[in-house]
Design a protein around this ligand. Structure first.
Ligand code: NAD
Ligand code: USQ
Length: 398
């Protein structure tokens, strides 16, 4: 298949590009390298020494696998170039990772909030619009998030895969309908993924575009069999307070003896998936798209759920590094249950990689190997969901 990977220089995109090229697909990466610039902005670097994209691609070519092409382009802004590329390649599938994906980064300042909305919504809008013009039969596979469903209101009910039956009552009449599961985003970033959902709904209905939206949980781990082929293929590993996600952060913290940074009580329950399963899920999703005119196919891409404090305790028991309960910088439910349906990808053949001692050790070992690259000043999250109340100046003395 001819596959375009938007955002193919990122954490999930790089591993996916290699996985698909290794299976003989004709892969083209499109990326504007903005994630690398965000590292510079934040004064931080990937824990693993990721190489320039040109060097990565050359190292991949040297493995003897099918070479991967690269087009530097801002998907949100360079519309004409994007449409021309779709026309030139005529892709069978487009995988869309090209969004600003960190919740804390999206909450840093008014600029970061507006950038995240502008970038993510415009990128998705441009991709869909260009598909209508240039490749209306292609299959779009988008990386959404479990966070569109929100956390806290389900009271033990299982979160379905995207849709739910509902009874609407108004004006004395009643209608039974199937609707998108009501959204409840917990950050500006997560909100952009709920806006993406509406764009998909519209373009599938109006133009018959074939769209799969994968609501992915928190990805952990860093290596796949392909990234391990050569050190120059090493994947990104974010540990910092903006881009680092919770389990990888705890494992990196454990590797250097930094107390494990649990927000609040750690009662937040979240969904997880290993990067090796991410790449496999995308391969499975590509091969099972909806037909033209069918509704958007939504699949929950996660393999297990865990409470944050249980993860921290497990890693603490294993490594002896203490757990530290910190004031939660986020506005989120302090405790929640999470039960998630994930039958679709299992039925397609996903064999889940569950959290195991061996895999945790593997990540701690990777983190330990590059521990001298960790800047301990960048570990704690500095973004705040709600600005602290301004201090009132004292009333002027009479
Ligand atoms: P990442 O930041 O490592 O990668 C995103 C890539 O997209 C980067 O290389 C970046 O340069 C590129 N990009 C961003 N905006 C672009 C634009 N306008 N034009 C061209 N390229 C652009 O993120 P990731 O962790 O690989 O996540 C990829 C996707 O998966 C995101 O959409 C994210 O929301 C989703 N996702 C990630 C996780 C996770 O835990 N990492 C979990 C669920 C969903
Ligand atoms: N948390 C801690 N300590 C930390 C970091 C995080 O307790 O040091 C807590 C957070 O408060 C939150 C939970 O861990 O309750 C998850 O935080 P996270 O940063 O790992 O995940 P999140 O912000 O939700 O975002 C990540 C990815 C995002 C993806 C999402 C999937 O960055 O791209 O969409 O996971 S999900 O969480 O399922 O919505």
């Amino acid at each position: 298949m001819k596959i375009i990977i938007l955002g193919g220089d990122g954490f999930c995109g790089w591993a996916t590009s290699l996985h698909l090229a290794a299976r003989g697909h004709d892969v083209t990466i499109v990326d504007n390298l903005v994630r690398r610039r965000a590292d510079e902005e934040l004064g931080v670097q990937s824990l693993t020494p990721i190489r320039e994209l040109t060097e990565r691609l050359e190292a991949w070519r040297e493995t003897g696998n099918r070479p991967i092409a690269f087009e530097e382009m801002d998907v949100a802004k360079d519309y004409d170039a994007l449409e021309a590329l779709f026309r030139r390649i005529g892709p069978d599938a487009i995988v869309h990772f090209a969004e600003q994906r960190a919740a804390p980064y999206s909450m840093k300042s008014p600029w970061h909030k507006r950038y995240t909305v502008d970038n993510n919504v415009n990128a998705t809008s441009a991709v869909l619009c260009a598909m209508v013009e240039a490749c209306p039969d292609a299959h779009l596979v988008h990386l959404g998030t479990m966070g569109v469903y929100g956390y806290g209101k389900t009271k033990g009910m299982m979160i379905p895969e995207g849709y739910i039956d509902a009874t609407l009552r108004s004006g004395g009449a009643e209608a039974n309908v199937e609707i998108l599961y009501p959204v409840d985003p917990g950050s500006i970033y997560h909100m952009t993924k709920t806006l993406d959902q509406l764009l998909f709904l519209y373009y599938a209905k109006n133009d018959g575009l074939r769209v799969t939206d994968l609501h992915q949980g928190i990805v952990w781990g860093t290596s796949t069999p392909e990234t391990e082929l050569d050190e120059r293929l090493v994947n990104r590993f974010d540990y910092d307070g903006d881009y680092g996600t919770v389990l990888n952060r705890f494992l990196a913290q454990a590797a250097i003896g930094h107390p494990l940074t649990v927000h609040g009580t750690g009662g937040q329950t979240r969904a997880f998936i290993h990067i090796r399963d991410t790449v496999r899920c995308i391969e499975l999703a590509i091969g099972s798209g909806p037909a033209r005119g069918e509704r958007v196919k939504i699949m929950n891409q996660m393999t297990e759920t865990h409470r944050v404090r249980d993860l921290a305790q497990m890693i603490s028991d294993k490594t002896g590094v203490p757990v530290e309960l910190m004031e939660n910088p986020r506005k989120e439910a302090p405790e929640n249950e999470l039960v998630v349906a994930n039958d679709s990808l299992l039925k397609l053949g996903l064999d889940p990689t569950k959290l195991s001692q061996g895999l945790l050790d593997e990540v701690v070992n990777v983190a330990g190997r590059y521990a001298d690259r960790i800047d301990t000043g960048r570990i704690v999250c500095s973004s705040r969901w709600v600005r602290p109340e301004p201090v009132q100046p004292p009333l002027a003395a009479e």
